[in-house]
Design a binder for this molecule. Structure first.
Ligand SMILES: *Cc1c(COP(=O)(O)O)cnc(C)c1O
Length: 447
């Protein structure tokens, strides 16, 4: 990260971060408040590191997304991308709000079932589904399987036929458009591993119609993540619309277009992706096709609904240079900064912190990797050992990417709703780190 060019625009101030995160407020006596709950109270009771998810924010964003689609005159099914945050409480909330799920593994499918989301409202995506996962999905009757290759189509046909079932499939096409996002999260370029090449899609659809055990119902596309403007969506949907028309001209029926996910959020100073702009792109390119529409948002729904609470283990001064603030959370909790050079807002929890003078600091974790860095040259009030911070916008691709690297137990998780909070995952104990390990008998004597 030290090698990347410094940003040309300035970081948002603490006040600006508060303004763009309306579910966070400062209170003169209890400090940073999240959906009406003092984050210090949670940290006092549960300790840090601790993920806090705001059910109110999640519900608000779900409803705003749905309202944007309705205002555009579109009937769009929302299939939440489970991989963004797969906690069963989050999935139960999604189901309770009336929405479905987009999954990429048998484990995620099992989670949706545990959370009470009807299998018919689940779409199975992903570039490599095992036979066992396909059997599980077809037996449960998932609503749709998004097929990513000719090879996979043949496998699904064989498995469904053997089970005496008919699997509804959509072909995920790779529209070869540049989502202009980070290389590790762009998926709609011909060079990426995802989807069926655009030029092959119509022929494969016709082939699918001739196969036993599968019923082709339409097309799906998903071009990447953290997309902030409508233009890449429009380009992708225009190509899909062409495909739908030409396949229909050949006499086949197309009932569904799955528009994928990827709408971005404001981590730093970028303007958040607008559901209204996404709705506009869908309506402009696909609105008059008479197909059932669906979207698969993950990050946009869950990202801003979560914060990661951490404490400063120590302040490592280095002469005149900016100090290192070593947190008790690390890349094993939040991987995004080391994996994608991601910028996350950091706010102090203490009530007096917002009025104090600021200094430049590097915010790092204790893991033995230089990449274990949350922020470099960040303007923060002077934070001493024991001070607490909230790392913002960590509700998506946060806890789900956690590992126990350096034998660091998984952090606790809390859900806030209606001014109350509940632990939704206890902090993993050290003993739980090795409880699934077994000892070969010839080594047992040493344990
Ligand atoms: C990851 C993924 C999504 C969700 O992406 P977000 O950027 O979180 O909205 C949706 N659909 C598919 C197929 C995905 O792989």
């Amino acid at each position: 990260m030290a090698d990347t060019a410094p940003p040309t625009d300035a970081d948002p101030t603490l006040a600006e971060l508060l303004a763009t995160h309306p579910h966070l407020q400062t209170d003169p006596t209890c400090g940073l408040v999240f959906e009406g709950v003092a984050l210090n109270a949670i940290a006092d009771a549960v300790g840090t590191p601790c993920w806090v998810m705001g059910a109110g924010t999640l519900r608000h964003r779900l409803r705003r997304m749905q309202a944007a689609m309705q205002a555009a005159g579109l009937n769009v099914g929302i299939h939440y991308a489970v991989k963004a945050n797969d906690h069963t409480a989050v999935l139960s909330l999604i189901g309770e709000e009336g929405h479905g799920a987009d999954i990429v593994s048998g484990g995620e499918l099992a989670r949706t079932q545990r959370a009470g989301i009807a299998a018919g409202r689940v779409v199975f995506s992903g570039v490599g589904k095992t036979d066992a996962e396909l059997e599980q999905a077809i037996s449960l009757g998932v609503g749709q399987i998004n097929v990513e290759s000719a090879e996979e189509l043949a496998i699904i046909s064989a498995i469904a036929s053997r089970l005496g079932r008919t699997a509804k499939v959509a072909l995920r096409v790779n529209p070869d458009v540049d989502a202009k996002t980070h290389a590790k999260i762009t998926t709609g370029l011909a060079a990426n591993k995802f989807g069926i090449p655009f030029a092959d899609a119509a022929a494969l659809y016709a082939h699918a119609a001739s196969l036993p055990g599968v019923q082709p119902v339409g097309f799906a596309t998903h071009i990447g993540s953290q997309i902030l403007t409508a233009a890449p969506y429009r380009a992708a949907y225009a190509r899909v619309a062409t495909l739908v028309r030409s396949v229909r001209d050949s006499g086949l029926s197309v009932e569904v277009v799955d528009c994928g996910g990827g709408l971005g959020i404001s981590y730093r100073t970028e303007a958040e992706g607008q559901p209204e702009a996404l709705a506009g792109a869908i309506r402009a390119e696909l609105g008059d096709l008479g197909v059932r529409l669906a979207i698969e948002p993950g990050r946009w729904l869950a990202g801003p609904a979560g914060v990661l609470l951490s404490s400063v283990i120590l302040r490592k001064e280095q002469g005149m240079a900016a100090p290192f603030l070593v947190l008790d959370s690390a890349m094993n909790e939040l991987l995004r900064p080391s994996m994608y050079d991601a910028w996350h807002g950091i706010l102090p929890l203490a009530p007096q912190a917002f009025s104090q003078p600021t200094e430049l600091a590097h915010v790092v974790g204790p893991v033995c990797e230089s990449g274990d860095t949350f922020a470099r040259d960040r303007l923060l009030p002077r934070l001493e050992r024991g001070a607490r911070v909230a790392i913002l916008d960590t509700g998506a691709y946060g806890s789900v990417m956690s590992s126990t690297y350096n034998s660091r137990p998984l952090a606790a998780q809390v859900l806030v709703e209606d001014g109350r909070w509940k632990v939704i995952r206890h902090r993993q104990t050290v003993e739980e780190l090795w409880q699934d390990e077994t000892m070969p008998s010839h080594l047992a004597g040493h344990a």
